[in-house]
Design a protein around this ligand. Structure first.
Ligand SMILES: C[S@@+](CC[C@H](N)C(=O)[O-])C[C@H]1O[C@@H](n2cnc3c(N)ncnc32)[C@H](O)[C@@H]1O
Length: 269
């Protein structure tokens, strides 16, 4: 990694990638980091404080990267988005992301969001709920949406285990992959993840220097498809990854959550 450069990490999380970038670009590389989740932001800020003025952190969604970089009057040499949810959010945030916990059905990455998973399950119309499950590629989406609408008349959904019970009742199984896809579909809706990605794909090439690069790591096909077609159809971008980069078997062994990761890289023309 070259020095004296400007890097952007749009999804800082607990700061793993940010730290690696700051180390590799030492002593002069500058990193602009964005993290939406309040708790992750605080932890990352502490972890990265040793880099002093080389790190500029924003507790904001990555949809504000263009606006912030414009304010600072800089263009980026490289931008990274590592989409979705972190182990910290899943296991330690208490916000109802995991079907293995019993927590309130919240699923907001940031408290700046009004919508929660509980609101979706209890107050979306049948049609809206069906769309959430269809978009999330949930099996038998329409019938499951109908089932939820019936079930909530008897008792509103409160906790993650209420949803797990409903899944078991409807599908007669509680396979982890099925629960994961249903929880993911609600998380995507609460946080408007696909819309955020669309904004980023449209705006981020504008703040790259010529030959600057953008790398996006996605964890499900809905996101990967958006990235693939946006890069392909973007006259500002030369695609550097004809096929997405995927983790090696060895990396998957070390980090099983990486198994579905796909990275695509584009270069500013
Ligand atoms: C897969 S984790 C990233 C982990 C990070 N690369 C690391 O090394 O620790 C994704 C992170 O992106 C954050 N995130 C998701 N959507 C975001 C958005 N629109 N803007 C900013 N951060 C977002 C999540 O809160 C989460 O911490």
């Amino acid at each position: 990694m070259e020095k004296d450069k400007i890097y952007v990490d749009g999804t800082v999380g607990l700061g793993g990638h940010s730290e690696a970038i700051l180390e590799a670009s030492s002593p002069t590389g500058i990193l602009y980091g964005f993290e939406w989740n309040e708790d992750s932001f605080k932890l990352a800020k502490e972890r990265l404080s040793k880099y002093g003025s080389r790190i500029k952190l924003f507790n904001k969604s990555f949809i504000y990267i263009k606006e912030e970089l414009k304010k600072q009057g800089v263009l980026a040499d490289a931008i990274l988005l590592d989409l979705g949810i972190s182990s910290f959010l899943l296991e330690g945030s208490g916000r109802g992301f995991s079907f293995q916990k019993d927590e309130l059905l919240d699923m907001r990455m940031s408290y700046t969001i009004d919508l929660t998973a509980k609101k979706i399950l209890n107050s979306y119309t049948f049609e809206e709920l069906k769309q959430v499950f269809l978009k999330g590629e949930v099996p038998r989406a329409e019938k499951f949406a109908k089932f939820i609408c019936e079930k909530r008349k008897r008792e509103p959904f409160e906790t993650t285990q209420d949803l797990v019970k409903a899944v078991k009742e409807f599908y007669k199984t509680s396979k982890k992959d099925l629960l994961a896809i249903i929880f993911q579909s609600l998380r995507i809706e609460v946080n408007q993840e696909l819309k955020n990605l669309e904004v980023a794909l449209k705006e981020l090439p504008d703040i790259l220097k010529p030959s600057g690069r953008i790398a996006i790591i996605s964890f499900h096909s809905l996101e990967d498809r958006l990235v693939k077609f946006a890069f392909k159809g973007d006259p500002r971008i030369k695609v550097l990854t004809k096929k997405p980069i995927i983790p090696s078997q060895e990396e998957i062994k070390r980090n099983p959550r990486a198994r579905s990761a796909k990275m695509r890289v584009g270069e500013r023309i």
